[in-house]
Design a protein around this ligand. Structure first.
Ligand code: ZN
Ligand code: ZN
Length: 246
């Protein structure tokens, strides 16, 4: 089945995410726009994934638990997991390996953890935009050990991308996919980095507020709409058909 996806969305747990990006709001907006498969990927945290997965069940779309990790290379990597429990296990490791910096909500924004009814459970105290002491290669290993998959985020951007930090996609993490921004210049990116030809090119919105969420564009053809099936496709366990960025 052809599924419109957006695998990079921030909830109100990200300090830069709008307080309106509650698990229910963002999931229902995605369903309304026509997405069938989304991932919630807050910076260095996964505490809203359980609520988002439940909201997804109610809305009839699949929500994949995820995180946008800031690695020791200062590169953003989207990490996806089969279950909220696996995502939270990864979060524990990231938290353990993060600098002891506290969030200052008045400067950076609030970091809200909500339940499945969007009620406030707590505010996350750890500052979530700090780079973890975890390199891209080790992170990829850890994510796969938890049954997940990962790919470098917005590689066409100047800031916090693996290409801007290292100048190339390193072979060690064994990525099968990379993400380009919705308005990324795909032809010139391929010209400058021919190594990308062999990778799957994903297009996700990286939305931080409801108004920013775009109409569906990119799709993947999967035998079933589930997190497990998407992760199998991303890890190359079978050959899925993906839309090509134009
Ligand atoms: Zn990012
Ligand atoms: Zn992001």
């Amino acid at each position: 089945m052809k599924l419109f996806y957006d695998l990079h969305l921030h909830s109100c747990l990200s300090p830069c995410g709008s307080d309106d990006m509650t698990p229910n709001n963002l999931v229902n907006m995605a369903a309304l726009l026509g997405f069938q498969l989304i991932a919630v990927t807050d910076h260095n945290a996964c505490a809203n994934t359980e609520a988002a997965v439940r909201a997804g069940r109610a809305a009839g779309i699949t929500v994949v638990p995820g995180m946008e990790l800031c690695t020791s290379e200062e590169a953003h990597i989207v990490c996806l997991f089969p279950t909220p429990a696996a995502a939270l296990a990864f979060e524990q490791e990231v938290a353990r390996r993060s600098p002891p910096v506290r969030n200052r909500p008045e400067i950076f924004g609030r970091q809200l953890v909500l339940d499945a009814d969007d009620a406030l459970l707590r505010e996350e105290d750890r500052y979530l935009l700090a780079a973890a002491d975890l390199g891209a290669a080790e992170a990829a290993e850890r994510v796969r050990a938890l049954g997940g998959a990962c790919f470098p985020a917005h590689i066409d951007r100047e800031g916090y991308s693996l290409l801007s930090s290292l100048g190339a996609i390193p072979p060690e993490p064994g990525y099968r996919a990379v993400e380009i921004s919705p308005r990324g210049d795909f032809p010139s990116l391929l010209r400058d980095h021919p190594e990308l030809q062999h990778l799957l090119l994903l297009q996700n919105s990286d939305s931080h507020d409801l108004a920013q969420m775009p109409d569906p564009q990119a799709w993947v053809d999967l035998p079933e709409n589930s997190a497990a099936c998407l992760l199998d496709a991303l890890n190359g366990r079978f050959a899925a058909r993906w839309s090509r960025p134009g």
